[in-house]
Write a protein that binds this ligand. Structure first.
Ligand SMILES: Cc1cc2nc3c(=O)[nH]c(=O)nc-3n(C[C@H](O)[C@H](O)[C@H](O)COP(=O)(O)OP(=O)(O)OC[C@H]3O[C@@H](n4cnc5c(N)ncnc54)[C@H](O)[C@@H]3O)c2cc1C
Length: 316
């Protein structure tokens, strides 16, 4: 049976300074106080990831290998037998917008799942390997069946569908991953009348992940997206000479699918202002996923350009 504190970590799992990865995360694990959700309470089970827990790598897929580093899709499942857990005693809850901490020896790094399953206790992350990065070196070598330890969930994003909101979600590169559960949460709820603007910044089309899912989302009345691709460059002489495609480049148009909108520019204050839609009612909420510099710049720009109250800004 669950105590008043639900599935808070056991005493021996209480956090210590050494649990912080030292990267200055907006949502630091040391400030994190995970509370059991209604779903976990109803299930009457323990969230398996509240203390460091072993997960088995089921799938490892290399998505791209370019000058700016390889991206891996990693799919994990809870290794119940390794943790001495009875299968069925636990669930896995990683709420939208939350991340988990990976631990390899004393090395700690946060990662943001883009998909997780409550009952099968599986989750997936996208990892961009950083040249010379200690965790990147380790992940470069991991293979299916290897065991890795994770703890979480860490974060503070909560979405209340009532009243309906205008939610701007800005993502940079691989950090589009944690924005996917946020979007699904709204779009899967027929009663949620919130509107979503998904503004995705990437070098070029090749570096836009989740294009298929974004096209599925585009079928919903309340989802709009725009890709910002400042380094998009096709092989026509004019675009090669300019260093990037022209906005009306026919090759770029051909590469876009139905309902995909792309700009060959950076997302700046004036571009943000184009998504303001002042006639649409509802509190403005901003979510920014990217590195800390990108988060700060976008938050500053959006306060003016999108009329967002700083209290309604979330950094993933
Ligand atoms: C809340 C949070 C969630 C994160 N989620 C993910 C995720 O889902 N997928 C993912 O791939 N990474 C994610 N990261 C970054 C991740 O934790 C590691 O920093 C990254 O995997 C590199 O680790 P490393 O040990 O190999 O290199 P590090 O020692 O961490 O970094 C090596 C070099 O790369 C630079 N660097 C690190 N991360 C980035 C970045 N994102 N963009 C540009 N330069 C960078 C560092 O400044 C350093 O110079 C997240 C970070 C935070 C704070």
């Amino acid at each position: 049976m669950l105590s008043d504190f639900g599935d808070l970590p056991d005493k021996e799992d209480l956090l210590q300074d050494s649990d912080c990865c030292g990267n200055g995360c907006t949502n630091c694990i040391l400030d994190n106080k995970p509370r059991p959700s209604k779903r976990v309470l109803l299930a009457g089970k323990r969230n398996v990831i509240l203390s460091y827990t072993k997960f088995r790598l089921l799938r490892r897929e290399a998505l791209e290998s370019g000058s700016d580093g390889q991206v891996l899709l990693l799919h994990f499942a809870h290794a119940a037998e390794e943790d001495g857990e009875e299968v069925g005693d636990t669930v896995l809850e990683i709420p939208p917008g939350h991340h988990v901490m990976m631990r390899v020896g004393s090395l700690l790094r946060p990662y943001s799942p883009f998909w997780s399953d409550f009952m099968t206790k599986e989750f997936r992350i996208l990892v961009k390997l950083q040249p010379e990065g200690p965790m990147s070196r380790h992940l470069q070598a991991v293979q299916p069946n290897d065991l890795l330890e994770f703890r979480g969930p860490i974060g503070q994003y909560v979405h209340d569908p009532q009243p309906a909101k205008c939610i701007y979600i800005i993502a940079q590169g691989v950090a589009i991953a944690p924005t996917m559960p946020l979007l699904r949460q709204v779009l899967d709820n027929e009663d949620d009348m919130s509107r979503l603007w998904h503004l995705v910044c990437a070098r070029n089309l090749q570096h836009v992940y989740f294009r298929e899912e974004m096209l599925e989302f585009a079928q919903f009345w309340n989802y709009r997206s725009c890709l910002y691709l400042p380094h998009q460059q096709c092989d026509t002489p004019a675009c090669q000479k300019a260093g990037h495609c022209a906005q009306e480049c026919p090759q770029l148009r051909n590469n876009l699918r139905y309902k995909e909108t792309a700009k060959v520019s950076r997302l700046d204050a004036s571009e943000l202002g184009n998504h303001l839609n002042p006639a649409i009612p509802g509190q403005r909420v901003l979510v920014v996923a990217g590195d800390s510099r990108f988060q700060k710049i976008m938050a500053q720009l959006a306060i003016q350009a999108l009329d967002v109250d700083p209290a309604n800004i979330y950094m993933l």
